[in-house]
Ligand binder design. Structure first.
Ligand code: PMP
Length: 452
């Protein structure tokens, strides 16, 4: 499979050599590197990406789920252009119309987000959520689930992808640091919980309720392993009872599970929610929202709350939760995001239906070739998990799957024009339709017939 990949992508190979002289590993996000070198894209259009060698791909990575209207959607282009032309600037540096328009839209789709603040990425949104939880509860530890990702900073870059031999027992996972340079303090400070195991979670939370400010979770792990419904409602009850906040990180699931995210599907109301990806229409954004009294901690009470060297009486600043950012609520990005939501309001059912068609087609082909597998996921994201297991309900179940075979399959698929990063999940967009599903299934059939 590798050979065909290399044969078709000589210009990507050459580019990678140059890129490695400029950026460590030739990439500017570690996740974007893979062996022997990543494909370098040159152009996108709708559901398609085109690489330096002119190969065409149906894109199922969609920038890690961010592009739910595909590449270069005309409605987004138009919205950006109109915003810039009519308002004449890229950035006001003051409050403006679109902050409130987007805010109202979020409030209507996510009723738990009574008030919101903007950030520039999902990472910044979860970081702010933690500060808000600390301030609100007066406690200073966060609990997160094994295998869940919330951004690359020290408080949460723990046990996202741990080596199981070091990770401790399933019912009480250890907190494992996953990067050089992380202060070991955080392994002591961040509590790791087992996903979809309410009994074990209850034991840990009850024991440490006086230290833990909040449980942060991806309602759907990695965007594709759903929380069990009873687990989710149980966890909501338990956290309420123990005085621990519940934070839904819906950076991936927001707008993708349904317009109202996982919370509308599960009918569970978190205290805080973070959004990102889709709501930026392809541009960097994050939103945090939740209960009014939690968000209101960051409301400045007077100009003296703002860090400004010209102010002589800054003492009240410590009573206000600090949140700032030059680009927060960027007008051009919010225009792109609002245009995205408008299109999705009309077309999300199409995306969900096409996702089901593709999943079913893939399952049928694996069955035809006698390979046990599951399509794991809800809404518009799923993963192809080659496994004999009956149920994939957490990180440890997933580790029992056949990653080697899946990887080989992915290189065959790349060589036949189906793009996702090897081992990554599939994200769907409004621009995927019957034609793309058909081509994808043909490629699968070709790959599987060679693999068997
Ligand atoms: N939370 C989740 C659930 C995510 O999937 C991601 C990004 N993959 C983040 C947070 C971080 O978002 P960003 O990359 O925009 O900082």
């Amino acid at each position: 499979a590798y050979q065909e990949y290399v044969r078709k992508t000589p210009k990507s190979k050459q580019f990678a050599e140059e890129a490695r002289k400029v950026m460590p590993g030739g990439v500017t996000a570690n996740i974007k590197a893979f062996d022997p070198y990543p494909i370098v894209m040159q152009r996108g259009n709708g559901a398609y990406l085109y690489d330096l060698d002119g190969n065409e791909y149906i894109d199922y990575l969609l920038s890690y789920g961010a592009l739910m209207l595909g590449h270069g959607h005309p409605a987004i282009k138009q919205a950006i252009q109109t915003q810039m032309e009519q308002e004449g600037t890229f950035l006001f540096g003051t409050p403006h119309r679109l902050e409130v328009e987007m805010g109202r839209k979020i409030q209507s789709l996510y009723p738990s987000m009574e008030m919101i603040r903007y950030t520039n990425s999902g990472t910044e949104a979860t970081l702010l959520a933690i500060r808000m939880a600390y301030a609100y509860t007066g406690k200073h530890k966060i609990a997160k689930f094994e295998g869940h990702y919330h951004g690359g900073y020290d408080q949460v870059l723990l046990s996202v992808n741990p080596t199981l031999s070091e990770a401790g027992p399933a019912h009480a996972p250890k907190s494992l640091i996953e990067s050089k340079g992380v202060d070991p303090y955080h392994a002591e400070h961040t509590v790791i919980l087992p996903f979809n195991n309410l009994e074990a979670v209850a034991d840990i939370l009850r024991q440490r309720k006086d230290e833990i400010a909040a449980v942060m979770m991806e309602p759907i792990q990695g965007g594709f392993i759903p929380a069990d419904r009873a687990f989710m409602t149980g966890l909501r009850k338990l956290t309420e009872e123990l005085g621990i906040l519940l934070i839904f990180d819906e950076v991936k699931t927001g707008f993708r599970l349904g317009l109202g995210g996982a919370q509308s599907i599960f009918q569970v109301k978190p205290d805080l929610t973070t959004l990102g990806k889709v709501v930026g229409g392809g541009f960097p954004v994050g939103i945090i929202g939740g209960k009014k009294d939690i968000l209101m901690q960051s409301a400045p009470t007077s100009s003296s709350d703002v860090f400004d060297s010209s102010q002589s009486h800054k003492s009240s600043a410590k009573d206000v939760l600090f949140h700032s950012g030059t680009y927060n609520g960027h007008p051009t990005i919010l225009a792109a995001g609002l245009a995205t939501i408008e299109v999705l309001e009309k077309e999300i059912d199409h995306v969900l239906a096409v996702t089901e068609q593709l999943k079913e087609g893939i399952r049928k082909l694996f069955a035809k070739y006698g390979i046990a597998m599951q399509t794991v996921g809800m809404g518009s994201i799923f993963n192809v998990v080659i496994t004999e297991e009956e149920e994939i309900s957490n990180y440890r179940d997933l580790q029992k799957s056949n990653f080697a075979l899946r990887k080989e399959l992915d290189y065959y698929l790349l060589a036949s024009g189906i793009y996702t990063k090897p081992l990554n999940r599939y994200s769907m967009a409004t621009v995927h339709g019957a034609k793309e599903v058909e081509r994808t299934l043909e490629a699968y059939e070709g790959a599987l017939s060679k693999l068997i």
